[in-house]
Design a protein around this ligand. Structure first.
Ligand SMILES: *Cc1c(COP(=O)(O)O)cnc(C)c1O
Length: 386
């Protein structure tokens, strides 16, 4: 029997297929940093192989080269994203950095990126910190911006924090041989699988929905085995590895990902709908809320809702009692933040405002609470505004 067809089933079983034969039910956590061997030549041969970026299939040599618990998470995520391989990192930013270093060191240091992007991703590209230069363009300008030394086209859809969607299928055609990297953190493979739409590389801040409980920091890239070799080699040489305990928690998070995403998405859609009718709210952004939406590539709207209030957004951040006023997203509890002061604060203020991130914008990541409790908590913060 091959892989199960349905994502819900793979979310629970991928990366754990051998457990029954091992006589285990829970995934084993391997905390070793080194792996003893009396076979000197064997170790040298293994290192020669592993440092080409090849995936280690037996015992690793050293924790920075690979870890069996982390490998299981990578296998599971690759399966959910319909990709050949996945490579895990210590954070979403470490994952993006590895991609940039891999293409730049292969002689393609020019990046084409579509805004908005997560604030730190934007900063990493704009600052040139890793030796890349970036052309920021609109989706219909991507073709013209691609040069012979372009290593990646980078896009987020839905984007953080405006929930703007880009037509991935269309963009992938325009990119031709240049790999299209889609940051799929907001949609997750439950609602959108960029590889199936033609993208080459899928990035996740696994800190968010994949972990799902606000207690793991991680990043992961799903891609071809060929691209994976390049970024494994960067990980080996620069050391942005995922800790095995985090690998364990991520696998555990993946098993409930489909039901968490669908439940939170239903609640978020209902809240977005209620907001459109509330006099204290001047704008609501939610994928699919607008019936003339041109693109239909997501199977659900997701759990993020962004909105603007007629009054002071500080009243909302300071006034919520049940909802947690905090940056980040994708947890079982609902979080709210003001992108201009936290998640996108590092960007130039004019650029930020120019791409639709006003100082008043609030971004809410809806969790698993009852919709009425969340609504009551929000509405009591609007009291002075209408
Ligand atoms: C949080 C986030 C990142 C960065 O991930 P970290 O795990 O915080 O390093 C990248 N992209 C998006 C869309 C994010 O929300």
């Amino acid at each position: 029997m091959g892989e199960p067809r349905h994502l819900n089933t793979r979310a629970v079983h991928a990366g754990r297929e051998d457990l029954t034969d091992l006589g285990l039910h829970a995934v084993p956590i391997d905390l070793s940093t080194t792996y003893p061997s009396r076979d000197m030549q064997g170790e040298a041969d293994r290192l020669d192989l592993l440092t080409t970026g090849a995936r280690d299939e037996g015992m690793p040599v050293y924790g920075r080269v690979g870890n069996p618990t982390v490998n299981r998470f990578e296998d599971a995520l690759a399966s959910l994203e319909s990709c050949e391989a996945a490579v895990a990192f210590s954070s979403g930013m470490a994952a993006l950095s590895a991609c940039l270093l891999a293409v730049a060191s292969a002689g393609k240091p020019h990046i084409v990126a579509v805004r908005p992007l997560y604030g730190t991703s934007d900063y990493l590209l704009e600052s040139g910190l890793l030796g890349v230069t970036t052309s920021f363009v609109k989706p219909d300008e991507v073709a013209a911006a691609i040069r012979p030394d372009t290593g990646l086209v980078i896009v987020e859809s839905p984007a953080n924090p405006t929930l703007n969607e880009v037509d991935i299928r269309q963009l992938a055609k325009v990119c031709g041989d240049v790999p299209l990297l889609v940051d799929n953190t907001f949609a997750t493979p439950v609602f959108q699988r960029p590889k199936e739409l033609g993208a080459a590389i899928v990035l996740h801040s696994a800190t968010k929905f994949l972990g799902g409980h606000g207690d793991v920091m991680a990043g992961v890239i799903a891609c071809s085995e060929e691209f994976a070799r390049g970024i494994r080699n960067v990980r080996y040489a620069t050391g942005g590895n995922l800790h095995p305990l985090s690998g364990y928690l991520l696998l555990r998070g993946l098993s409930t990902l489909p039901i968490r995403m669908r439940a939170a998405s239903d609640t978020a859609r209902e809240l977005a709908q209620r907001m459109t009718d509330h006099p204290a709210i001047s704008a609501v952004y939610y994928p699919g809320l607008n019936p003339d939406r041109p693109i239909d590539q997501m199977e659900g709207g997701g759990s993020l809702v962004s909105f603007e209030v007629t009054g002071d957004p500080a009243d909302v951040i300071g006034g919520v009692k049940l909802i947690t006023p905090a940056v980040s997203l994708g947890s079982v509890d609902t979080l709210i933040q003001n992108p201009a002061s936290i998640s996108h604060h590092i960007m130039d203020a004019d650029v930020r405002q120019g791409i639709g991130i006003s100082d008043k914008l609030l971004r809410m990541s809806v969790g698993l609470e009852h919709v009425d409790d969340l609504w009551d908590d929000l509405v009591q913060t609007f009291s002075g505004m209408t």
